[in-house]
Design a protein around this ligand. Structure first.
Ligand code: NDP
Length: 333
């Protein structure tokens, strides 16, 4: 068995030497335990931040889809697959009494998704999919005919949010980091417009494509982009603050540049709310079932950017933070 342990806390951009790949010997199974082998790993932005809450020597955190290869627990028989926050490790012994306080979600058997790939349980049918579903519906409370802007639009969460917004009849504008991603959003994901924040003047372009103003903003990136969008919002607009990836590598030794948002909030009486998807853990299956239904109906599409090989975990992780991925970033073991 192999795993990555954290040997240095990330400072600014994570470095390969912050993690160490080590071999580990696993003990024999005890009653009720089962052994899984990882098939797919998720690399997600939250890992950049949350791992800083753990002591050095911790196994790098993260979710995976894994196959049960040995079992002393009849509820988890050999051959079934589970989804769990087991970290960056190839093999894991799971005890049903495991307390995973980080994610507050115990490993669970993969739901029946027919012939769809099991990796979708890390994306469109898993945590990012439910982030899109609950974050959009519960925080933005979108209405047909309204205009929504989504930042980080070509990623796992963003591309999903835009498609649900289209299903609900909104005018959908995405902001992302390449022309290729913009093209994909408009031509394949059904977005009405996409803005490349690296090459286009976002404020001017947004005024052109949304002269009617913005009613909902689903924010994955924070920073200057968010300041620009919020100053083009309409009366009683809603902002779902999902993430702030533009600041995750920020140099904390210098003061952060902060847009002054209060005038926008006050003048247009906006509502801005942060959320973490585990708020809806008790409704988890509702999100998965609805997203699965939309996929089956051909209304929800997905793309995965798959890196092969456990030894390439770090490259996939840093690549995702830099925008190499379109849709969900996955590592195949
Ligand atoms: P993505 O698949 O969107 O991957 C991250 C993307 O962020 C990259 O592809 C890159 O795309 C973009 N990015 C990187 N740096 C910047 C920057 N400086 N400015 C703008 N965009 C940048 O990841 P996820 O879909 O998994 O996550 C999206 C966001 O949602 C993250 O902020 C994450 O932390 C958050 N999140 C929050 C959850 C919650 O419960 N609140 C749950 C899950 C995710 P590009 O080429 O466009 O720059």
């Amino acid at each position: 068995a192999k795993k990555y342990v954290l040997i240095n806390y990330f400072v600014n951009q994570p470095k390969p030497t912050d993690l160490k790949l080590v071999e580990e010997e696993l003990p024999p199974l005890q009653d009720e335990e089962y052994l899984v082998e990882a098939e797919y790993f998720s690399v997600d932005p939250y890992m950049r931040l949350y791992v800083l809450n753990f002591p050095l020597g911790t196994t790098m955190i993260g979710g995976q889809v894994a196959k049960i290869i040995e079992s002393k627990n009849p509820t988890f028989p050999v051959g079934k697959r589970i989804v769990g926050y087991l970290g960056w490790r190839t093999h894991t012994i799971i005890s049903p009494n495991i307390d995973n306080s980080f994610a507050q979600q115990k490993p669970y058997l993969l739901p029946d998704i027919g012939d769809l790939p099991s990796s979708l349980s890390l994306g469109v049918l898993g945590m990012p999919g439910n982030t899109a579903y609950f974050g959009l519906l519960e925080i933005c409370k979108p209405k047909s005919g309204e205009t929504i802007v989504i930042s980080g639009a070509a990623g796992a969460v963003g591309s999903h949010v835009g498609q649900i917004a289209k299903i609900l009849g909104l005018n959908v504008i995405g902001i992302c980091g390449s022309d290729e991603k913009c093209k994909w959003l408009v031509e394949e994901m059904g977005f009405d417009f996409a803005i490349n924040y690296k090459t286009m003047p976002v404020a001017a372009r947004l005024r052109e494509v949304a002269p009617q103003g913005v009613d909902c903003y689903f924010d994955n990136v924070g920073g200057d982009i968010s300041g620009i969008v919020m100053y083009q919002m309409n009366l009683f607009g809603r902002v779902a603050v999902c993430g702030s990836i533009s600041s995750y590598d920020a140099d904390t030794s210098s003061l952060p540049k902060c847009a002054i948002l209060q005038p926008a909030l006050v003048t247009n009486q906006l509502k801005m709310e942060g959320f973490i998807v585990r708020r809806w853990l008790d409704r988890w299956n509702e999100g998965v079932i609805q997203n699965l239904q939309w996929i089956r109906e051909g209304k929800l599409r997905y793309r995965e950017t798959v890196t092969k090989g456990f030894e390439n975990m770090f490259d996939a992780f840093i690549g995702m933070l830099h925008g190499d991925n379109t849709g969900k970033a996955i590592v195949q073991a």
